[in-house]
Each structure stands twice: as structure tokens, then as C-alpha cells.
Design a protein around this ligand. Structure first.
Ligand SMILES: Nc1ncnc2c1ncn2[C@@H]1O[C@H](COP(=O)(O)OP(=O)(O)O)[C@@H](O)[C@H]1O
Ligand SMILES: [Mg+2]
Length: 248
């Protein structure tokens, strides 16, 4: 079975989608079979890697997910596109338990041959994120280096603990990732210190610098590795991939 990584944080704009796309791409480039799953109704991961959203979320359909998986421009990276349909979110909200069951059985039957499944979550702790957590082996939390970085994190951790307790004993804290890092800013170094003091080893050594190339890549439907292979952002995401591989 694949190692399933879920990229989550209830805050928007912290680098979840960017991390999901580039982590999935980097893992694929290092020789792994990877499935990128878009669980956010905004479908940014889908368009960001050059794919099209679908009408209903494939994980909630009764047809096997294989028939909805699409190729991406990255070798060995396939995608399960997102859906903008609110019906999906409604379905999940009504009964997280049975939705989880369906998603898990879809993944078990359709995703078994991948080495990694990387799921991009919406900016909430709602049913979509909880379902993803219930299926995952690890949760990876990007944190933006800003004043309110730590705010809301305890809430997120509570939800994760709850999921571990009630639905998924396998789930682990895969790591906290500092994003939009600007080493020249005092605030960035303060947040860095604070987060590492509080969370210790689960914080990745790798930090993702603020890099305009990273923000431009998705408008070309490309990973940072394809869009700007010499950029600092690219180097950072490759380093992150290596850390994730080492932490296995
Ligand atoms: N390291 C970075 N440097 C510069 N811009 C970034 C970086 N990471 C993300 N961004 C930009 O910040 C915005 C929010 O990132 P995104 O990954 O969409 O966050 P989320 O999925 O958590 O809402 C996007 O416009 C993205 O391109
Ligand atoms: Mg996003």
C-alpha cells in the first residue's frame, strides 16, 4: 500500500497546495509512482499542475477511481482531479463516518500500486480534511512565517488527535514545514525559533523560501522543478522530498 501524506492546515494561503504539488512532483521525479489527490473544492492543485476539475469528486463516486485518474506532464505523477461541486462537501458533512469508509475503500482498491498518495486539503478542519486525515499515514502541516503562524495550530492538533483516537490509529504527525521563509526578516527567525522550541523534531529542517518562481509556476500548470529548476524554491522543495523519503 502507498504511503499517504495529507497536507493540511485550516488556514488558507499558508502553502498547502504549493507543497502538495511540488512534493508530489519531486517524489515522482525521484522514481516513485505518485498520485496527487485534490480534495479542495477550489481545485487549485488540479489547475496548478495543468489538469481540469471534474463535475463530482471521483472519491465519492461509485465507479473505480482508476477511471478518473489522469496523467500529468510529470513522469510517474498521476492526478485525481478535484471537484467544485458543493454536493460532495454536503455528502461528506452529513456522514463523515460512511464517507471515510467509501474513500478508504476507493483508495484501497484503486491506489494500491502507488508508492505515495499526496492529498491537498481545503483550508478548514471540516469533513473533507477529516476524511483525508482518517485515510492518511501522515499529516504534513505547512506554516507561513508570519505573526499569527501559531494561532489555530492547537485547534488543528486537537482535531488530528481526535481522528487518531476515533478513526485512524495509524496517523502520525509527518512534519511541520515553514513556508514563505525570509531569512532577512526578524519576524521569520522569531517564528522559526518559536515553532522549533514548541514542536521540536517534527519540524522539517528544510524551510521553503519566499520565491516568486514558486508563485508563478502554477499559472503555467507546472511544478517548480519544471518551471524553474535552478530557483531557490526548487532546491528547497527537492530538499523537502529528501527529508520526507528519509523519514520513512
Ligand atoms: N514559497 C513561496 N514563495 C512565494 N509565494 C508562495 C510560496 N508558497 C506559496 N506561495 C503563494 O502563496 C499563495 C498561497 O499558497 P497556496 O499554496 O495556494 O496556499 P494554501 O493552499 O494553503 O491556501 C499562492 O498564490 C502561492 O502561489
Ligand atoms: Mg490550497
Amino acid at each position: 500500500m502507498p504511503r499517504m501524506l495529507c497536507v493540511a492546515n485550516q488556514k488558507g494561503g499558508v502553502g498547502k497546495t504549493t507543497t502538495a504539488i511540488n512534493l508530489a512532483s519531486g517524489l515522482a521525479m525521484s522514481g516513485n509512482q505518485v498520485l496527487l489527490v485534490d480534495l479542495d473544492p477550489q481545485c487549485n492543485a488540479t489547475s496548478g499542475i495543468g489538469c481540469q476539475p471534474v463535475r463530482e469528486h471521483p472519491l465519492l463516486e461509485t465507479v473505480p477511481i482508476r477511471s478518473n485518474v489522469v496523467d500529468t506532464a510529470v513522469n510517474q505523477l498521476e492526478m485525481l482531479p478535484g471537484s467544485r461541486s458543493f454536493r460532495d462537501a454536503d455528502l461528506l458533512a452529513r456522514d463523515v463516518g460512511s464517507a471515510c469508509g467509501q474513500v478508504i475503500s476507493q483508495l484501497e482498491s484503486g491506489a494500491a500500486h502507488y508508492d505515495f498518495v499526496v492529498a491537498d486539503c481545503p483550508p478548514s478542519l471540516g469533513p473533507l480534511t477529516q476524511t483525508a486525515l482518517a485515510c492518511a499515514d501522515e499529516v504534513l502541516m505547512p506554516i507561513q512565517c508570519e505573526y499569527y503562524a501559531m494561532e489555530g495550530l492547537s485547534q488543528m492538533i486537537e482535531v488530528i488527535r481526535d481522528v487518531i483516537h476515533k478513526r485512524n490509529h495509524r496517523l502520525e504527525f509527518g512534519g511541520i514545514l515553514l513556508t514563505m521563509y525570509d531569512a532577512g526578516l526578524e519576524l521569520t527567525t522569531e517564528v522559526d525559533q518559536q515553532v522549533r522550541e514548541f514542536f521540536g523534531e517534527i519540524v522539517f529542517d528544510t524551510v521553503i523560501p519566499r520565491d516568486v518562481n514558486i508563485s508563478e509556476a502554477p499559472s503555467h500548470g507546472q511544478s517548480i522543478m519544471a518551471y524553474s529548476p535552478r530557483s531557490r524554491g526548487c532546491r528547497a522543495y527537492i530538499e523537502l522530498c529528501m527529508e520526507v523519503l528519509e523519514r520513512d
